[in-house]
Design a protein around this ligand. Structure first.
Ligand SMILES: C[S@@+](CC[C@H](N)C(=O)[O-])C[C@H]1O[C@@H](n2cnc3c(N)ncnc32)[C@H](O)[C@@H]1O
Length: 219
């Protein structure tokens, strides 16, 4: 486990860490993302040989769901508070050694990253040749996607979701092969009836994209 980064958005993440695991929307999204990953990851005997890195693990909900199925799982997050909650959930103290991963996963993080090109170049460097990246986040389907976050919680939100064509181009940038961008799952969420009025009473369905690419075996 490790943390990266600092700043105002991380401060909010540090505060959010204390209650994240009690948020029904967060638990629901994690369960849906976990199922979407399992449907696409290899059979258990192969998966058990994989080293997996989760970027923006938060308190480790997805990491812990995947951990028993893989050889190793490394969780990174920009906010120390998130990692502190994850550490508290683990019995063994101390961070396990990091390895170059066979796979990189991430849920609900891309919209917090200003330069996705830099992120995926970094991901490329984290992967073994032949390794794959598989990340999920909500789709930018137009202006209404902004309603995913209440107006009072826009700190650190760089994108109102992910655009299919744009993320495909970003993945192809460093040279990922077998690139695919598809709807992984849909999630119903209560949003503010009128943006800014603080009253959650309007249900919206958000699509989550699952974006994949493979670092070529010879790359
Ligand atoms: C919406 S939360 C999602 C947390 C977790 N993936 C989940 O689904 O419960 C976004 C997380 O990304 C982290 N984050 C934002 N920018 C990051 C970066 N550049 N590197 C690592 N983590 C980052 C935040 O601290 C926060 O924990």
């Amino acid at each position: 486990m490790c943390n990266t980064g600092h700043g105002k958005a991380q401060n909010r993440s540090n505060t959010d860490a204390l209650t994240l695991d009690t948020k029904p929307d967060v638990l629901k999204t994690t369960a849906l993302a976990h199922a979407a990953y399992l449907a696409r990851l290899p059979a258990p005997s192969t998966l058990a040989t994989w080293d997996v890195l989760e970027i923006g693990s938060g308190t480790g909900l997805l990491s812990l769901a995947l951990a028993s199925a893989v050889r190793s799982l490394t969780a990174v997050n920009a906010a120390e508070g998130m990692i502190a909650v994850l550490r508290a959930k683990l019995r063994a103290p101390g961070a396990p050694p990091q390895r170059r991963g066979r796979s990189v996963v991430s849920n609900l993080v891309l919209h917090h990253v200003a330069d996705l090109g830099v992120l995926f170049k970094t991901v490329w460097g984290c992967l073994k040749p032949g390794g794959e990246v598989m990340v999920t986040d909500f789709e930018d389907f137009g202006p209404e996607a902004r309603r995913f976050h209440p107006e009072a919680r826009m700190d650190g939100v760089h994108w109102h979701g992910i655009k299919r064509d744009a993320i495909r181009a970003v993945l192809e940038g460093p040279g990922f092969g077998d690139v695919s961008v598809e709807t992984g799952f849909e999630m119903e969420k209560m949003v503010l009836a009128v943006p800014g009025n603080g009253v959650k009473e309007h249900k919206m369905v958000f699509s989550f994209l699952i974006c994949r690419g493979r670092r070529p075996a010879a790359g």
